[in-house]
Structures are given as structure tokens and as C-alpha cells.
Design a protein around this ligand. Sequence first.
Ligand code: BES
Ligand code: MN
Ligand code: ZN
Length: 503
Amino acid sequence: MSLSADAARSADVDVLVVGLVTSQDGPRPAPGSDDVDDALGGRLAAAAKALGARGKAGEITRMPTLGAVKAPLIITAGLGAAPEGDRFDAETLRRAAGAALRAAAGHDRVAVALPARDTGEASAVALGALLGNYAFLKYRTSDTTASAPAESVTIITPAAGASSAAVERAETLAESVALVRDLVNTPPGDLPPSELAKIASEVAETAGLGVEVLDEEALVAGGYGAIIGVGQGSVNPPRLVRVAYDHPGATKTLALIGKGITFDTGGLSLKPAASMDWMKSDMGGAAAVLGALRAIAALRPAVNVVGYLAIAENMPGGAAQRPSDVVTSYGGTTIEVMNTDAEGRLVMADAIGRAAEDSPDLIIDVATLTGGQLVALGTRTSGVMGNDDAVRDSVTDAATRTGESMWSMPLPPELRRYFDSSVADITNHASERWGSMLSAGVFLSEFIPDGVPWVHIDIAGPAFNQGEAHDYTPKGGTGVAVRTLVQVAEDLAEGTNPATRSA
Ligand code: BES
Ligand code: MN
Ligand code: ZN
């Protein structure tokens, strides 16, 4: 990606992207498109209108330029109503840029002349463009050129000189999100726990992070009974990966824990076929933790961050754990496994127990944990829970600032009694069916060390886009939570997160 302060009309590219806003009498050119509009004799809006454009957010049109500007094709991206003083919010710019880059798939060189009047706007346009410029083509042998991402993306901005750090940051974030999307999109047969652990080690080493991998023998020897229980029905044994980022000036430690079920059949509490077909996304939390650590290693905030990837495959093989089996978690808590499909909370319990040994100032776990998340908040909004309302809300707020949709939810203490077991300390399956996103959070809270602020993010729906691509979000793996986790790490380094103020 590069920046250019040159005139948009003379950009030597295959596609030129400009913005439109809505107005009473149809679309109007957005800031950044004046030069192109001039080159078209002031007819950009009229031409877009003739193509059916209204300037609405998410709207795309394609316009041949017939030599009026150097690029042979203009793509218009709607920004919606122009805000007061034309101050577009960052997410509006990211989405428009992402939608435009998706529409430009199959073209090599793209220049973007969306509103980018200062470094803030330029960085939003850059990140949106890079997030939209993604395709997962590893398994396609035909029609690959038509869907290939652009090879070069140029952001046209008068702030080109001042914005190079912003572009680097956008590249770091977009590459880390793309890593997560690739991992989620990879067929589960090609990504058993050992392979996910191997890729995590490679990514960590390349990024200069510390890495430790516990294999099945180490997990048995170490007392990780819950991860072992979940993994024992598969021929592909489980792993626990620890990835560490240290900063010499850090005074605080953030622990990130991700659910890494490489495929969730439900185990012996088998899922119906229709619920299983997107369960390759059940490692989306672990992938997000890896992606966040990769980005953090490049951005170097002054905070220590330790990440745990709790990885297993949940299969109903002959050695599978049975409903009513009891496992002992890493911290010593006994869990009666009443439903083998509630496996995420089991692997997370072990990883949380281990993370406690790092004396974290804040624990954040990310998991595709419950169908209840989808019932409560839909496909695009993650649920945020925790043991401290202010800390929980600070994570939700960090998400909003980065453009990820998350919403704070409660952990009603009265749900705990539904986990009472007649033989063990706790069961993994609430006897009450309502509020299952919240009860899963209540279960996890039992494993959090006393006095440590903790936030739980349920990304069951948002991790995987089963619908059509939209804005900068492709079909399939989305890479959700990476940007939020990075933002929280930066907030901790700045001392603006309440978890650090109370400590
Ligand atoms: N991985 C699923 C949750 C899930 C559902 C993720 C839909 C993405 C989309 C999780 O392991 C699971 O099976 N949860 C069960 C728990 C239940 C048995 C208590 C659920 O939510 O139905
Ligand atoms: Mn499950
Ligand atoms: Zn699962």
C-alpha cells in the first residue's frame, strides 16, 4: 500500500475509487472526488445517478471513464448522508473503502480517492481498503483471477507525507486479521490441533514472540484434565499454546485466552448435521488471540501480553468422553461433563487456570462459545461479559472505537445454581436452558482467580460470516476481535483502562 498526494485523475491504475454522499436531489461527490469530478466536466454525480446511485452507505457503482481520467474504470462507493462539517466517522470510511476494494476484485492496481483530508481519515480509508482487499483462494483452481485481491492499493490524500505511520499500522492490523480469516477458512481436516499449534509457533517466532507448546503428553502430565477430556474422542490430540510478548517498560500484564476447537461435532452429544457445517470456525477465538499478539509484537505497546490458545478437536470417537464423566481442570476443580457439546468452556477452564500463573492484571477470553450469543445479539454483534462492569465496558468501548460491534451483557449470579452437580464441584451444562450465553460466562467466572479483572467475549456468530460479504467483511472467517484486543493492549499501555487504574 502506498500514499499519494498527486491528482486522482492522473493516477496510473486500473480502478479509481471515489465517494458519493446522499442529498435531496440524488448523489453528490464526496470530499476527495473534486479532481475527478472536474475531469468529468462536473458530471460525476449525474453519471452516478444515471447508473442508479443514490450515495447510500454500502452502495457501489461501476463507471467506464472513456478516457476522461487516466484510469479506465471508476468505482463509486456510497458514504450515506454527509455528517455536520463533512466529518465522516472512521467506520463509515472503513466500510466504504472495504466495499470498493471488494468490488475492485480482479483488478491489479487500485487508487482510492475517498475523503482522506487528514491522517485520521487516511488511516481509516487505508485500513478499510486493506480489510476489504482479501480473498481466500488457496483451495480454488478455477476463476481465481476474477476474485483475486488487488496487488497495489494507493490512497490519494493531501496528508500523504504525514500518514506513513498510520498506513503501517493499517497494514499490520489488516495482515493480522487476514491471518485469522485464513486460519478460520482452512478446512478442519487440514488444520488439526497439531497443525494450528505449529502455525501459531511459526507466526510467534517470526514476530519475535516467546512460544511454548504443550502436547498431549505434557497436558496429561501437567493436569490439564479438561482439555484432555475434550480431545480424547479425536485421533488428533489436543495442544495448549502459550505465546508471550514482553515490553521492557511494561508495568502491567494482559492475558488473552482463545478457544481453539478446530472442529466441533459436539462429541457424543452430537450436533445435528445442519449445526455442524460451519464448526470449522470454532477456533476463531484462538486465532484472534494469535492475530492480536502478532499485531501487538509489531506495534510494541508498553504492556506485557501473554496469549493462550486452547486447542482440541471435539469428536465422538471410541475414546470420547461420555456425558456424566468427570474431569479435573488444571486448577483442581472437578467438572461433571453433562453435555460434551459444551466443550469450549472446558478447554477455556484449563487455559484460564494456567493463565492465572502469569499474575495478569486483566484476563480477556475470546470464544465462539454459545449459540445463545446468536439468539441474543445476532450474527454481527459479539457479547461482552465480565466480573467488573467498568472493565467490561472499557472493552466494549475499545471495540466501538475500532469499529467492531460488541455489546455489554450481564452475568446474573442466580444462574450459578443451575450448574450444581450431584457428584463433582460443577457441571458444564446448565439445567436451565434460557440465557445460555450468560450462563456460559457464569461457568467461566468460576475459574477466574479472586480479585483479577476479567472480560469474556462471545464471538460465536461474528467470527464467521455465513451470509453475503458486506463492507470490508468477506464471507467466511471475519477476523473479529483482533482489532479490539490490540486496542485494549494499547489502552493498558497508556494507562487509560480501568483495570490498570484500580490495580
Ligand atoms: N461452538 C459451539 C457454539 C456455537 C454455536 C458457535 C453456533 C458458533 C455458532 C459450542 O461449543 C456449543 O456447542 N455450545 C452449545 C452449548 C450447550 C450445549 C450448552 C450451545 O450453545 O448450543
Ligand atoms: Mn460445542
Ligand atoms: Zn464449540
